[in-house]
Write a protein that binds this ligand. Structure first.
Ligand code: SF4
Ligand code: F3S
Ligand code: FES
Length: 248
């Protein structure tokens, strides 16, 4: 019960590009990545696309389908009608290398700016003890597959290249929040969040949460609690101490 679908796929490089029209066979149960692979096999052998697991777990196949940040391997063709034209473009927030493949090194640079987990010096591995609630909080954030769809969709950088210097994006603000709320991390990361990672630029539009394929509540569980901590600190350092001691 297949059909011929109309596709528009962005083809190009950093200098120039265009949307090209293709008509491709679609079979029952397929996802957009299947169609892109069929395009490669039958009509466009040089079409560049990044993918790996085809199971929504490696975070490689991020792109935009009809303008929405999506994993190509998790976007079912059954969500479109047979008459729909399906447009596939690279993530808009990052520079294109070729066709659907972007240079996402912005994200790795932002990751490197965050000091790693810092436990108390007198505590040896094996002596770490945590409440189950604290473990579960970290585990939600650790479901991240680094697809960078949240980074792609956030309006702070999506159309504002100039903000990239001062904004780390939801994925890395979430990492700072994870460490800041970690009961065994002795670092104070609120100044880093506000001054260097641009927490103040986030106006909690929640677009990042909406596109996350792991359904992590980035805004509610990471960004808003981090903002509360930063505000507490700017009004009263004793509040921060109280939070560290009593609110965990
Ligand atoms: Fe992708 Fe979600 Fe991780 Fe963002 S937080 S990089 S959307 S998995
Ligand atoms: Fe951007 Fe998410 Fe904040 S989309 S503005 S980081 S809530
Ligand atoms: Fe791995 Fe899509 S190919 S997430």
């Amino acid at each position: 019960m297949g059909y011929e679908a109309k596709f528009k796929v962005w083809r190009g490089d950093p200098e120039s590009g265009e949307l090209r029209d293709y008509t491709v066979q679609v079979n029952e149960g397929e996802v957009v990545l299947d169609i892109i692979h069929r395009l490669q096999a039958t009509q466009a052998p040089d079409l560049a696309v990044r993918w790996n697991c085809k199971a929504g777990k490696c975070g490689s196949c991020s792109a935009e389908v009809n303008g929405r940040p999506r994993l190509l391997c998790m976007t079912r063709m059954s969500t479109f009608t047979e008459e729909d034209v399906v447009t596939v473009t690279p993530m808009r927030t990052f520079p294109v290398i070729r066709d659907l493949v972007c240079d996402v090194s912005f994200n790795y640079e932002k990751a490197r700016e965050i000091p790693s987990f810092t436990p108390p010096v007198d505590l040896k591995p094996g002596q770490y003890r945590m409440q189950q609630a604290d473990i579960e909080r970290s585990q939600e954030f650790r479901k991240c597959i680094e697809c960078f769809l949240c980074q792609d969709t956030c309006h702070v950088v999506r159309d504002h290249e100039e903000n990239k210097v001062s904004f780390s994006g939801p994925r890395y603000l979430m990492r700072i929040a994870e460490l800041e709320m970690h009961p065994l991390d002795v670092g104070d990361r609120r100044e880093l969040a506000q001054e260097e990672a641009g927490l103040g630029l986030c106006n909690i539009t929640k677009c990042c949460t909406e596109v996350c394929p792991e359904h992590i509540k980035i805004t509610d569980n990471a960004l808003i609690p981090l903002k509360e901590r930063v505000v507490d600190r700017s009004y009263d350092p004793l509040v921060w101490l109280g939070n560290k001691l009593f609110r965990r």
